[in-house]
Every structure is written in C-alpha cells, then in structure tokens.
Design a binder for this molecule. Sequence first.
Ligand SMILES: Nc1ncnc2c1ncn2[C@@H]1O[C@H](COP(=O)(O)OP(=O)(O)OP(=O)(O)O)[C@@H](O)[C@H]1O
Ligand code: SF4
Ligand SMILES: [Mg+2]
Length: 433
Amino acid sequence: MTDHEHKSRKSRKTPEAAEAAAAPASATSPASPEDEKAEALRTEVTKADTSLTKPVDGAATGTATDAAVSDLTSSGTAPGEPVLSKEPPTAFLEVRDLRVHFPTQDGLVKSVDGLSFTLEKGKTLGIVGESGSGKSVTSLGIMGLHTVGQYGRQRPHLSGEIWLNGQELLSADPDSVRKLRGREISMIFQDPLSALHPFFTVGHQIVEAYRVHHTVDKKTARKRAVELLDRVGIPEPGKRVDSYPHEFSGGMRQRAMIAMALVNNPELLIADEPTTALDVTVQAQILDLIRDLQKEFGSAVIIITHDLGVVAELSDDILVMYGGRCVEYGAAEQVFYEPQHPYTWGLLGSMPRIDRDRADRLIPVKGSPPSLINVPDGCAFNPRCPYADVPKGGITRTTRPELSEVRPGHLSACHMAQEDRERIWNEEIAPKL
Ligand SMILES: Nc1ncnc2c1ncn2[C@@H]1O[C@H](COP(=O)(O)OP(=O)(O)OP(=O)(O)O)[C@@H](O)[C@H]1O
Ligand code: SF4
Ligand SMILES: [Mg+2]
C-alpha cells in the first residue's frame, strides 16, 4: 500500500497564527441582551425534547453478539417499539439493531435500518459513508435528539437499543437522557454556525453549557470557558471569550464548538464531520486537536466523515455505512488496507491522489446513493456495483447479503465468494492503491 495523502496530516502541527490573523479583534458584549436572554438560552440548551419511545418490558431478542457488529439484516422489532434483549452490554457504548425511520408524504424513509456496533472508552470509531447514508441520523439517535414533531414533521420511528455505561437510552425516560446530554455524551455538530447561537457570545454559550450541569457561579464558569478556549487553541482566550460567533473564523468556530462539547468532560464525544468546509490546513489542525484531547480526556469518540483517509488515521475501528446499514466493519488497518466490500473499494477510489495518473487510479463509486424509501432489492449497492454479476444466479438482485465475518473481527455484507473477492482484490484493486 502506498502512502495516501492523509498520512502527511499526522505530522502537521498547528500554526495558530493563520487563524489569529483571520479573525477581527474581539467585541465587547452588550450588557443587556446577554443577561436578559441567558435564561432563554439555558432553557434552549436543556429543553430539546426527544422522541424516545415508551419504556418497555424486557422480552428477549437475543441480538447481542460477541462480535462488535451483529447481524444487521435481522428484522428486529416493529418500528417505534424497542424491545430490550436480556443480554447485558459488555462495552461502554453498545448500539444494537438501531433503526430510525421517518414517515414522510412520499413514504417511510429508512435512514438507519439495523445498525449495531460497540465502542470502548479511550477508543475511536470512525463512521464513513456518502452523503445521505445515515451518519448524522445515527449520531442524533445516540444523543436522543430526534425531536418529536420538529418543524411540523412526524416523529421518527425508533427501535433497537443504545446502551451507554450500562444504561439503555432508547427506552429511558427522556429527562434522564437530557441530563446525560452535554455531560456524558457530547457532540460536535456538522455545522458550527447553526449550533452556536448568533445572539450570544461564544464564552456565554460555553458558560451556560457548563452551568446546566454544574452548580457554580458565573465567574467560576467563565474561568472554565477561558480555560477551554485556551485548550482548543483560541488565541487570547481571555478576550475572545466575549466575541460573537460571527466574529470568529470558520476554524475558530469549530474550535469553539469543540470547547463547548468538552466543557463537561464527556465520556462519549461524537464529532460529526468536524472539518467540513474548512481548508486543508485547518482540517489537519482540528483533527490533531481531537486526537490530543481524546488522549487527555480518555473519552470514547465517534468520528463521522466522508473521508476514509481521515477515519483511517484517527480511528481504532471503522464502520462503513451504505443506505442506512453497515456494509463493512473492522479494525482501521483491516478496512483501510484490506477492504473487503466493493463499496469500500469505491470509497478508496474517491480519495484524492496526486501520485498517480488517471489511468492508474481506482475508479470512484459511480451513480447516486440509493433511495431510502424504495431501497433496491437484494444488495442495496447492486445498481452501482461493478461486480454485481460475479456472484452467480442473480442473487445480488434478489437477496440482501448478511453482514458476516470474512476474517477474524472483519465483517462485510457481500455475496461474493472469498476466492472471487481475493482475486479481484489482488488483480484489480490492490495494484491501484
Ligand atoms: N427528519 C427527516 N425526515 C425525513 N428524512 C430525513 C430526516 N432526517 C434525515 N433524513 C434522511 O435520512 C437520510 C440520512 O440522513 P443523514 O443526515 O444521516 O445523512 P448523512 O450520512 O449524515 O449525510 P451527510 O454526509 O450529507 O451529512 C437522508 O436521506 C436524509 O434525507
Ligand atoms: S453483494 Fe453483489 S452487488 Fe452487493 S457489493 Fe457484493 S458483489 Fe456488489
Ligand atoms: Mg451528516
């Protein structure tokens, strides 16, 4: 395997000066709007209602597995009616057969359709997949943020189990999940501008996020906010704490979001495309920062991105999503260096390369992601898969492949026989990597 571009990110260090120069001098916050609206913001931070379904009795489904990912094609429970298995969780985070289906006028959108994985503290799971594959819906599900009736929409049907530190969240009372949010589970959202409130200073928002979970006075909380802004590399944090989000550059806003996400030392941090819309240098800085902070805080981290190179660099394990399901899962080295699924081969082909001629390059995935309302029969990837006819008898178009172990700890959902996969890998894919 040749070096991919992402490898060079590892050694890049953070030139803070670039961001410092990009942002104008800090503003002093107007006294009145801050104080008047403080309570409003605090309520906003805490209120986000969830669509968690009713508590259930514990009928067994027997879905827990020793493998990190279980069979994702099992029919599971009826949407909206999670049934707890009696298997106790063995990992810090254990997601079992998670389904999030949105009823819409056009039909039921199966955004996440039977996803299972585990994650230990101090470890990082990378979730990778194209736009619309269900990555953010998964993370919002873990956060308990699939809000009831949001924007006039119907609430999604949720089923499965999400065990965090021995507590099942999907069937838990929404108040207890709300208390966990921000304190034990925290999220760096895809778009910092929509996650940071434009009316309030960055420092004020971090202070409020802290005070929701700690009974401390404003002065102590502000000290903590300055400390965190400093830790995430905001220059002159004592001044910038009073700046508004629009006064920060894109990279600084992303750092401010990270500071807000970390202010309560969460045990689980979900970073949803933390570097979208940032230039390559700032991306590398933010990724370095997340890695350093994870070491320091020992949290479990889920990092979500389109970029297989980024997850390979940061993660212990990688989960590849396609059409709301897991199609490949394994240790980062396995999935990145010896991928087993044709979709993952296509993702590798989509990675930018400057060291190869066009003719020598792997072909990126052609075509569009599948409809999540009318998911193709058989393997959801079959309309785009260059190898769809390799498995005999048209099985790829009639039967959905189960996720199964192809090597120890390495799972893939594909009908291809091992010898065909190895032949294609050795003759067509590996030589182009
Ligand atoms: N409230 C909703 N109602 C209906 N469909 C939804 C809703 N929220 C998400 N979806 C659909 O679910 C699918 C998965 O969305 P999701 O946001 O998880 O994608 P993603 O993998 O995070 O993509 P991206 O990489 O672009 O962020 C998409 O097809 C999206 O349109
Ligand atoms: S099951 Fe068939 S269509 Fe699906 S990835 Fe494998 S070869 Fe391609
Ligand atoms: Mg997303």
